[in-house]
Design a protein around this ligand. Structure first.
Ligand SMILES: Nc1nc2c(ncn2[C@@H]2O[C@H](COP(=O)(O)OP(=O)(O)OP(=O)(O)O)[C@@H](O)[C@H]2O)c(=O)[nH]1
Ligand SMILES: [Mg+2]
Length: 439
């Protein structure tokens, strides 16, 4: 499928001989994205909103040498999608003691997910945690037994309240948790239909009483775009901070993840991928982006594109340098590139001759700090000042320093460093390409 889609993109873009992506070129490609999102069960409105964002980003983008326009477009789409899915995975570390209230629709996977979370925490934590399971699900016979069985499977304790009213039972379980000084309490609740306001209100009362440290909504990925309404009504009536998306092992494409993140902007912590306690994985935005677009290999593709973009920037920088037209703008780009490649210390390894020099950690740290200041200084200059720094008189320098939150002396230091590198560039252009570290 990936091959098919990228071929389709390819045939749309390959005849392109222009230098920039234009709206007319993008129409067909954007339609493919919409189709992909709709197939993943994203609502039509959301799909439209998303491609408007992509369009904004893509139209007018310069086409990068060595990169197929189709691949470049795919990268833009992928990055946007990843961004909407939360960027990077959420690194949650629970603080103890903690109470976790688990809520969700009937059959969404609440009880199963509690055991998965407990298993995950046990695997992750160095010191064994004392985990307690409790349930206030009195609506479905055997619901509490199910939780008890699961607690044995993952080595957690289980407490059955004598109370039969859910709110009273919740208070009783919490009291037991505190008295026995457990680290973690998972409170399982009855499945609710989001149209059932009474049941939602009861959950709200339990939440107020128990004061959970974390509230987690369990969302069934198979509910597709409907999951958004579910999440919204739970959020309005009860409130939660995180979600876990279950049943991602089904053939659903993950539209639920997209709709949820896009509309509610709350993190998805994990995805459930099966019925067993170990069947849960961290939520990975870029993997999910690939699944939603049905492009298995999109991550590799995006990485390749990123590399080409960097090569391209480096080449144009080299062009500017070899012509001896090296402005502060190029200098800023150079700093930016250094920043992107990692710390100065890690870069040193790659510079010829540098490995054998004895440079102390102090010097390196000073260098990194300087780099940050320089970036800020260049950032608060006007376009004109960047191209013609000689116009920077005292009052301009003061303004720039103020804007960057540094001293005027830092601005002067930057300017003298810049002059030094200009000398270096002139030297470079005499010797031609391939002599310096821009080869
Ligand atoms: N394939 C698959 N099945 C899952 C997953 N999570 C839960 N299930 C199954 O879904 C069904 C319902 O799970 P439960 O954990 O009982 O759901 P619940 O939300 O507690 O249900 P109620 O208590 O009835 O509201 C069970 O058969 C689970 O085994 C998952 O990630 N993948
Ligand atoms: Mg249950």
């Amino acid at each position: 499928m990936f091959d098919l889609l990228s071929k389709r993109f390819g045939s749309i873009f390959n005849q392109l001989s222009k230098k920039r992506l234009q709206e007319s070129d993008l129409q067909n490609a954007l339609q493919l994205i919409v189709d992909s999102l709709l197939e993943a069960d994203v609502s039509y409105d959301l799909a439209q909103q998303f491609i408007q964002e992509v369009k904004k980003e893509a139209v007018g983008k310069e086409i990068i040498k060595n990169l197929k326009p189709g691949d470049q477009f795919v990268k833009i789409v992928h990055d946007k999608l990843k961004h909407f899915l939360g960027g990077s995975s959420v690194d949650i570390t629970f603080e103890y003691p903690a109470t976790i209230l688990v809520m969700g629709l009937q059959g969404s996977g609440k009880t199963t997910t509690i055991s998965k979370l407990a298993y995950f925490i046990e695997q992750q934590e160095k010191r064994k945690k004392r985990i307690l399971f409790g349930s206030v699900d009195f609506y479905r016979p055997a619901a509490i037994d199910q939780l008890e069985q699961l607690s044995q499977k993952v080595g957690a304790s289980f407490y059955r309240s004598e109370k039969t009213d859910p709110v009273e039972a919740a208070a009783d379980i919490k009291r037991h948790f505190e008295e026995q000084k457990y680290d973690l309490l998972f409170l399982d609740t009855a499945g609710r239909l989001h149209v059932d306001q009474d049941m939602l209100h009861e959950l709200f009362t339990i939440k107020k009483l128990v004061k959970p440290t974390y509230n987690i909504l369990i969302l069934d990925a198979m509910t597709g775009q409907e999951s958004l309404n579910v999440a919204k009504s739970f959020d309005e009536a009860v409130g939660f901070e995180y979600a876990v998306l279950t049943k991602m092992d089904s053939d659903t494409r993950g539209g639920a993840a997209f709709s949820f993140r896009y509309a509610l902007k709350k993190p998805i912590l994990f995805v459930g991928v099966g019925e067993k306690v170990q069947d849960m994985q961290e939520f990975k935005p870029d993997r999910m982006a690939g699944r939603i677009l049905d492009m298995g290999d999109i991550v590799t593709l995006a990485e390749r594109a990123e590399k080409e973009i960097q090569n391209d920037e480096q080449e144009s920088l080299y062009d500017a340098m070899s012509k001896g037209r090296f402005t502060l703008r190029d200098f800023a780009k150079q700093l930016e590139m250094v920043g992107r490649m990692g710390s100065i210390s890690s870069l040193m390894k790659y510079l010829p001759g540098m490995g054998s020099l004895n440079i102390s950690d102090d010097m390196l740290q000073k260098g990194e700090l300087e780099l940050k200041k320089f970036k800020a200084v260049i950032g608060s200059m006007t376009k004109k000042e960047r191209v013609k720094p000689e116009i920077l008189d005292e009052s301009r320098k003061k303004r720039v320093a103020h804007g960057a939150g540094v001293a005027v002396a830092d601005v002067n230091l930057l300017l003298s460093r810049f002059q030094e590198s200009q000398q270096y560039v002139k030297l470079l252009s005499k010797f031609g390409r391939g002599q310096g570290f821009f080869k």
